[in-house]
Design a protein around this ligand. Structure first.
Ligand SMILES: [Ca+2]
Ligand SMILES: [Ca+2]
Ligand SMILES: [Ca+2]
Ligand SMILES: [Ca+2]
Length: 399
C-alpha cells in the first residue's frame, strides 16, 4: 500500500462543510488561473529538494497549500517520529521546518477537516510514543503552523493507507484506512469540527478506493476482487446507500488475468460519469479502462500494455481539459515518471512521456503526489528520492 492516493482522494471527496462566517485564512480561494495554455506547459526537469537529514526513513509524503499563498507545500513524515513541513517558495524550492510529532507510518493526510479554509494535518501514530490504533489531528492555522494534536481512536494499527472523503453525504470529511497489523479496513465519520466518531469496519477487497460511480452525489466503494472467488480479477462496485453503508458488490471481469495493484476513479471521457482504471501486473503491466455507461454499469472497453512497471499510479488531469490522464512512477534506474495522455475519449494511444527522476527506490510501492509548486495554476509532481534525504520535484512551467 502507498499513500499516493491520498491527495487525489481529497480532490474527489465532497468539499468540507461551509466555513463559519468568522473564518480566517484564505484557503478557500479558487486556485490560481492557469498562467498559460496547456500546449505551453512543460514538465521538469526534476530537482532535488532536501528534507531533514538523518531523521530516519521517510515513509509518507503529502501535498497541499498549508499557508494559503496559492503555492502547494509538502509534508514528509520520518521514522524518528518527526514531521517536515516544506513551504513552497514558488521557484521549485522549499523552506523547511522540522516538527516533533509521534509518527513513523504511512498514514498521513492534509485536508481541511473543520471547514475554516485552513488545511489540517492528520497522521497515524505508532512506535514507542504512540497511542495505539489512533490518529493525531493537528488543526492548521493557515500559516504553515499547526495546533497541538488531538488524538482519536481508529480501527487498525500500523496504518498503510488513508483516504479522506465524505462517506455519508453530510459534506463533512470522513477518514477511511487500512493497516498491516490486524483489524479490518474501517472508517470514522468526521464531525466537521476536526474530530472523528468511533470506527466502522467495511472490509473491502484490495485494492480499493472511493468514487461516485452511481451519480447520486455520494461516493461508492470500488474494489478489485482477485481472491479466486471469481474466475478472473473483477472490478466491483458496492453502492453507498448515502449513510456510509455499502451494498453487495456488482462486478465486472477484467480482460487481463493478472494481479491487481492499483485502482483509480476519474472521468476519462468528459461525460461527467466517473470511470474506473485498474492497473494489473504479472510479468507485464496493463492499464484496464472501464468506462461508466451510467447508473453504475461499466464497459471494460480498452486495455493498454505498458513497457514499464508502476510503484505508484494516479489518474489525474494534467492539462486542464477535464479528462483525466494517467501518471505512473517507476522507481527503477531505468524508470522515472511516465505520463500517459488521454486522447480525450478515454483512450491512451500515444507513447507515454517520460521524466527521469534518478535512482532506484528499491520499493514495490511508492508515493506520488501532485501540486502547483510554482503558483502558476499548473500541476507538477513530487516523490521521495530514496537514500538522499530529499524530495524529487517536477514543476510545470510555462515556456
Ligand atoms: Ca503554500
Ligand atoms: Ca482546517
Ligand atoms: Ca461525512
Ligand atoms: Ca466518464
Amino acid at each position: 500500500m502507498f499513500l499516493g492516493v491520498v491527495p487525489l482522494a481529497f480532490a474527489k471527496g465532497e468539499p468540507p462543510a461551509a466555513p463559519p462566517a468568522a473564518a480566517k485564512g484564505t484557503g478557500c480561494k479558487a486556485p490560481p488561473a492557469p498562467a498559460c495554455s496547456a500546449d505551453k506547459v512543460a514538465l521538469g526537469p526534476a530537482t532535488a529538494s532536501p528534507f531533514t537529514a538523518n531523521a530516519g526513513d521517510a515513509p509518507a509524503l503529502a501535498a497541499a497549500d498549508v499557508n494559503n499563498d496559492g503555492k502547494t507545500d509538502l509534508v514528509v513524515t520520518h521514522t524518528n517520529g518527526s514531521i517536515d513541513v516544506m513551504l513552497s517558495k514558488g521557484d521549485g524550492t522549499f523552506d523547511l521546518k522540522n516538527t516533533d510529532a509521534r509518527v513513523s507510518g504511512y498514514g498521513l493526510g492534509l485536508v481541511d477537516l473543520d471547514g475554516d479554509c485552513n488545511v489540517d494535518l492528520v497522521f497515524s501514530s505508532f512506535g514507542s510514543r504512540s497511542v495505539g490504533n489512533s490518529v493525531d489531528v493537528r488543526l492548521g492555522k493557515g500559516t504553515g503552523k499547526f495546533a497541538l494534536p488531538q488524538n482519536f481512536p481508529i480501527g487498525v494499527d500500523n496504518v498503510v493507507k488513508m483516504i479522506f472523503t465524505d462517506l455519508n453525504g453530510d459534506r463533512r470529511v470522513d477518514i477511511a484506512y487500512e493497516g498491516n497489523n490486524g483489524g479490518a479496513p474501517s472508517y470514522n465519520l468526521g464531525t466537521g469540527k476536526g474530530a472523528f466518531t468511533s470506527p466502522t469496519a467495511f472490509v473491502p477487497h484490495d485494492p480499493w478506493t472511493f468514487g461516485d460511480v452511481t451519480g447520486d452525489g455520494v461516493v461508492d466503494l470500488i474494489e478489485v476482487d482477485a481472491t479466486g472467488a471469481r474466475k478472473v480479477p473483477s472490478m466491483c462496485v458496492r453502492a453507498n446507500n448515502g449513510r456510509g453503508q455499502f451494498a453487495d458488490p456488482v462486478c465486472y471481469e477484467l480482460t487481463v488475468n493478472a494481479r491487481p495493484r492499483f485502482v483509480q476513479v476519474a472521468d476519462l471521457n468528459g461525460d461527467g460519469k466517473a470511470d474506473v482504471i485498474v492497473l494489473t501486473e504479472e510479468n507485464d503491466s496493463w492499464v484496464n479502462v472501464l468506462l461508466n455507461l451510467g447508473g453504475g454499469k461499466f464497459d471494460d472497453r480498452e486495455k493498454y500494455k505498458l513497457d514499464f512497471n508502476c510503484n505508484a499510479f494516479l489518474a489525474t488531469d494534467t492539462n486542464h481539459d477535464g479528462k483525466a490522464d494517467l501518471a505512473c512512477y517507476w522507481g527503477n534506474t531505468n524508470g522515472g515518471l511516465f505520463v500517459l495522455h488521454n486522447k480525450g475519449d478515454g483512450s491512451f494511444g500515444q507513447k507515454p512521456e517520460k521524466y527521469p527522476l534518478g535512482g532506484d527506490s528499491g520499493r514495490s510501492e511508492e508515493v506520488l503526489v501532485m501540486g502547483d509548486w510554482l503558483g502558476n495554476g499548473h500541476l507538477g509532481f513530487a516523490t521521495i528520492q530514496r537514500g538522499t534525504d530529499a524530495v524529487s520535484v517536477i514543476s510545470a512551467e510555462c515556456r
